[in-house]
Design a protein around this ligand. Structure first.
Ligand code: CA
Length: 152
């Protein structure tokens, strides 16, 4: 009888120990802080919604198939946008200010943008968007915080 009690106590102790282990964060994971990308967007004084798109390589940049995108309300003349956790590498960012909040990047009859926009490095293309080479920047192991200025 006494032996059975000891066995039951041992089982309970093991259960508690394993439960405790499961609840303890693995040290390596805790040290591996997320790398993030932040963009300070200047030229958002017109109000509306900042629309951003993140491209992870030339193919995505050229095709416009973003890796990730989002919308955030403009916050005065400059708006800080968090693009979230990211792997080190080379990226480009395209942003437009949706001033009328219709979710569209408005252009006129000739396809000329009617709303402010910009690319990382403040790169501009002669016709259409700038190349990935011109617009891209490096995110290192400490993450990145870049600034860009939208067109008037
Ligand atoms: Ca719009």
């Amino acid at each position: 009888m006494q032996l059975q009690n000891r066995a039951a106590m041992l089982a309970a102790a093991l259960l508690l120990a394993s439960a405790g282990l499961a609840g303890t964060p693995v040290l390596a994971e805790a040290e591996d802080a997320a790398i993030t990308l932040e963009v300070i967007v200047h030229g958002t004084g017109g109000g509306g919604v900042v629309n951003w798109a993140l491209y992870a390589d030339e193919g995505q940049h050229d095709s416009g198939k973003q890796m990730r995108g989002g919308r955030q309300d403009a916050d005065g003349a400059s708006t800080t946008v968090s693009l979230g956790a990211i792997e080190p590498g080379r990226y480009s960012v395209a942003i437009f200010l949706d001033e009328d909040g219709d979710g569209e990047f408005d252009t006129n009859f000739f396809g000329i943008p009617k709303e402010p926009f910009g690319f990382s490095n403040d790169a501009m293309g002669a016709m259409g968007k700038p190349s990935f080479e011109k617009a891209s920047f490096v995110v290192g192991t400490d993450g990145a915080r870049i600034e860009m200025t939208l067109t008037d």
